[in-house]
Design a protein around this ligand. Structure first.
Ligand SMILES: [Zn+2]
Length: 417
């Protein structure tokens, strides 16, 4: 009996164990020819976790390697004469440092108001939304736009001062590990809510648009990054028995360019596109919200990290959208205002020409299927110094500069209403 109990306890402990990233490295390599680039691209069909995906010859690629795989990986790269540097030698240590900072800040702020300069769980974020609704019932409302595999509500927050206005739509946290994305979005929401009526510019924004935010469109993945694997990216769809890996990249599951370049049909890939367009509950929820808004959405932002990029469609090919002159004009205004804040340098352009192919993504769907001209992906701080482990003390500057960019962008779009 004792043995059975001990065994059961062990199973429970293993099931609850956190992924151990001790000694995991992030290595950087820069392909100088097509053979090298193609090797790196093929690696995207495996379970290798890319932090900077392969793009073009001459542009750096970063990916994570487990310590036991390092020698073999070095040999694979050597075989095509690819040199590499170790950008981070111990990701586990970085994650430990992040956890310590979060816990320290929590201890210092215990019992005080919601701390926007720290990272929060999904339950805490939903609790914050509930608090806003209680505090400003005429201005803020909450709706549940779907339910995940693990039965979590997908919550959307609406901030509006009147009915039937053009909509400004945000999807945040579609990639679970990009914690700065929900953190930035909730900070912006708080600005809109508490400066409405006090700040002339923000009042004009709230009077002009109905603001809709999904603070985390991937609550299961996000919960998993807190409980188990800090670097999880996809959703937690338990794929059928016999499938080697779980989870779908929600941001490859939309119906524009589905299954094309920059997405993978391999279930273990970090960019696995799923068994069909809109196979996932989270992407279905976004699709249905947009359909219900019946063409009212004027602007849409998909908030990600990291790389410091402001990106327009398309991601699935190198074509420029037919509205690109206008899209570029307001994007540039946004980027200039962002950079003017603290000097943070951003690159901007279309995803497919500037960065990499990514097919089945939200912003291509917003533009092509939902006809939202002002549709962009923003990849906030940093460029890889901390990567996904951006320390809490960078939340406020990141949110502030991003919002400054978006404010200039919003002011410009308002002129077109
Ligand atoms: Zn992302």
């Amino acid at each position: 009996m004792k043995t059975v109990l001990a065994a059961l306890m062990l199973v429970a402990a293993v099931a609850a164990a956190k992924v151990d990233y001790a000694g995991h490295m992030v290595i950087r390599t820069t392909p100088t020819n097509d053979v090298q680039l193609n090797l790196l691209r093929r690696m995207q069909d495996t379970a290798i976790d890319f932090w900077q995906a392969p793009t073009f010859v001459g542009r750096a690629v970063d990916f994570r390697v487990e310590p036991q795989s390092y020698s073999e990986m070095a040999r694979t790269l050597d075989a095509v004469h690819l040199t590499h540097d170790i950008l981070h030698s111990d990701i586990g240590q970085m994650i430990d440092n992040e956890q310590q900072q979060i816990l320290l800040r929590r201890a210092l702020r215990a019992g005080k108001a919601f701390d926007f300069e720290n990272y929060h769980t999904y339950e805490e974020i939903v609790g914050l939304v509930d608090q806003w609704v209680m505090d400003k019932p005429g201005l803020v409302s909450k709706s549940v736009i779907g339910t995940t595999y693990e039965r979590r509500d997908i919550v959307m927050t609406t901030i509006r001062s009147g009915l039937n206005k053009p909509v400004f739509f945000f999807d945040c946290g579609i990639h679970a590990r990009e914690w700065i994305s929900p953190a930035t979005c909730i900070w912006i929401m708080n600005e809109l809510i508490y400066k409405y009526g006090n700040d002339a510019e923000i009042t004009s924004f709230v009077d002009a648009f109905e603001w809709k935010f999904i603070p985390s469109i991937n609550p299961d993945g996000f919960a998993y990054t807190w409980s188990t694997g800090r670097l999880w990216r996809k959703n937690r769809n338990p794929l059928p028995l016999g499938t080697p890996c779980d989870g779908v990249d929600i941001n490859r599951n939309f119906a524009v360019g589905f299954g094309g370049s920059g997405a993978s049909g391999s279930t273990c890939s970090e960019i696995y596109y799923g068994k069909g367009a809109f196979s996932e509950l989270e992407s279905q929820a976004v699709r249905d919200v947009l359909a219900s808004l019946q063409g009212r959405v004027k602007a849409a932002i998909s908030m990600h990290s990291f790389s410091q990029l402001w990106l327009a469609p398309y991601g699935y090919n190198t074509q420029y959208p037919s509205n690109y002159t206008e899209m570029y004009r307001v994007m540039e205004i946004g980027v200039n205002a962002l950079t003017a804040t603290y000097g943070t340098v951003y690159e901007y352009g279309t995803t497919g020409t500037l960065l990499y192919f990514a097919s089945g993504v939200t912003t291509d769907y917003y533009y092509d299927a939902a006809q939202i001209v002002y549709s962009y992906t923003i990849e906030v701080r940093d460029t890889g110094v901390y990567g996904f482990e951006l320390p809490p003390d960078q939340i406020l500057p990141t949110a502030t500069e991003t919002w400054n960019g978006l404010k200039a962008f919003t002011a410009e779009i308002m002129k077109t209403l």
